[in-house]
Design a protein around this ligand. Structure first.
Ligand SMILES: CC(=O)N[C@H]1[C@@H](OP(=O)(O)OP(=O)(O)OC[C@H]2O[C@@H](n3ccc(=O)[nH]c3=O)[C@H](O)[C@@H]2O)O[C@H](CO)[C@@H](O)[C@@H]1O
Ligand SMILES: C=C(OP(=O)(O)O)C(=O)O
Length: 421
């Protein structure tokens, strides 16, 4: 086990190329199962979640080779349709293999997926969608067994625009007989990247990025080469880290449109953000102002994955702000930890009211999820004195070597092994 030891007070400044997106790389790696062949995927971030996905692909019979950010996956020998529980429970994205395995092998057996502990995360919409395409879904104890000798296109209206359900259904439908129409689909940019990948494989997916996605089933698909889109959440986290520490950063490999709601909020607070040819630049701002109310929402709304980092920044901004978490039912666990660092935050169910303070104070804090961890790291980078952040393994799920990056930008952050008791 490791923890981060952070000494606050240094502004983060410099230039960074933002990593490829975890939430695009994971479904795209799962999609390699759809057609036998050797895929080459570039800009895959080096993260715990990617390691876990590669282990699952190997367990299914694929060969995976990694060289830095390049991953090659050979799915010719793929034959296994059961993902063991210890692998399923390591990541949320293990669930993405259901659709592609059903399409390729006609069967799949899984248990409940893991992922960040941010509330109840049922998979009913995934299962309903697969059933609409003709899969027989049986729950036996902890196991979910799906069979579908053939999948048939269908009209599927999602009760909520779930990112994972949209992706799973898209992957199951690409080889189904006939047309599938997904309405109330999620519109996240990672869904567009997945659709681009599937279309390079020979699929016919249109409308990704909009609420209605239409998929014409095809008989044959093939392996391809792809570069993963930039990680909008990592970019947003770094913008907030620069703003909170009073630094100036240039971020390359950013698609500013994908961050529109975050950039709009940061500008409203007084941060100066400019577009560059490669991405964005954030400049020092003398004063930051609170925001009356931010509510998380499906894309293009304010992302739930940026909510914890935003609460840290608002804790250091003048005036009173409110934030409502409307996507997950237990994603405010960082609030207690930020209070221990001197933040003035009151919580009422899923809404927090924040009274900005001038400075936070170093403390020993701990995280049980990825973005809450990022929020605590940012808080520690601004705080007076030293902080320790435990739960580093959660942060490593989504941020590639965050400690090295922060040091490169002038912050004082070290990874320290916890002594065995
Ligand atoms: C690997 C990945 O891409 N993870 C992202 C994905 O997670 P994930 O795909 O799990 O998120 P969803 O969009 O599915 O979940 C959103 C909401 O829908 C509910 N729900 C979802 C599925 C279902 O079958 N039934 C159901 O009720 C969830 O409990 C949650 O309240 O989108 C989330 C919302 O933007 C992000 O926070 C995660 O970073
Ligand atoms: C919640 C997240 O990830 P996951 O869905 O993989 O748990 C996240 O990336 O913030």
């Amino acid at each position: 086990m490791e923890r981060f030891v952070i000494k606050g007070g240094n502004p983060l400044s410099g230039r960074v190329r933002v990593q490829g997106a975890k939430n695009a790389a994971l479904p795209i790696l799962a999609a390699t199962v759809l057609a036998a062949g050797t895929y080459e995927i570039h800009d895959v971030p080096r993260l715990n979640d990617i390691d876990a996905m590669c282990r699952i692909l190997e367990t299914l019979g694929a060969k995976v080779e990694r060289d830095g950010h390049r991953v090659s996956v050979d799915t010719v020998g793929l034959c296994e349709s059961h993902i063991p529980d210890e692998l399923m429970s390591q990541i949320r994205s293990s669930v993405f293999l259901m659709g592609p395995l059903l399409a390729r092998l006609g069967r799949v057996t899984v248990s409940r997926p893991g992922g960040c502990a941010i509330g109840k995360r049922p998979i009913d919409l995934h299962l309903k969608g697969l059933a609409c395409l003709g899969a027989e879904v049986a729950e036996e104890g902890d196991l979910i067994k799906c069979r579908a000798p053939a999948l048939t296109g269908a009209e599927i209206k999602l009760d909520f625009p779930s990112v994972g359900a949209t992706e799973n259904i898209m992957m199951a439908a690409v080889c189904a007989e006939g047309e599938t129409v997904i309405t109330n689909a999620a519109r996240e940019p990672e869904i567009v990247d997945l659709a681009v990948f599937l279309n390079k494989m020979g699929a016919k997916v249109s409308g990704a990025g909009e609420s209605t996605i239409v998929i014409q089933g095809v008989r044959e698909m093939h392996a391809t080469v792809h570069t993963i889109m930039p990680d909008r959440i990592v970019a947003g986290t770094l913008l907030i880290a620069a703003g909170a520490t009073g630094g100036e950063l240039v971020l390359d490999n950013v698609v500013p449109e994908n961050l529109a709601s975050v950039i709009a909020s940061l500008r409203q607070m007084g941060l100066r953000i400019e577009m560059t040819a490669e991405g964005v630049r954030v400049k020092k701002s003398p004063v930051l102002h609170g925001i009356p109310h931010i509510m998380t929402a499906p894309y293009p709304g304010f992302p739930t994955d940026m909510q914890p980092q935003m609460i840290t920044l608002l804790s250091l901004s003048q005036g009173t702000s409110r934030v409502t978490e409307a996507i997950f039912d237990s994603r405010l666990k960082h609030v207690d930890e930020l209070r221990r660092m001197g933040a003035e935050i009151r919580q009422e169910r899923d809404t927090v009211t924040i009274h900005g303070v001038k400075r936070l104070t170093g403390a020993s804090v701990s995280t049980t999820d990825l973005r809450a961890g990022a929020a605590l790291v940012i808080a520690a980078l601004t705080a007076k004195g030293e902080s320790t952040v435990a739960g580093v393994e959660h942060i490593d799920r989504g941020y590639e070597r965050l400690d090295e990056l922060i040091r490169q930008l002038g912050g004082q952050m070290n990874r320290v092994a916890l002594k065995k008791q």
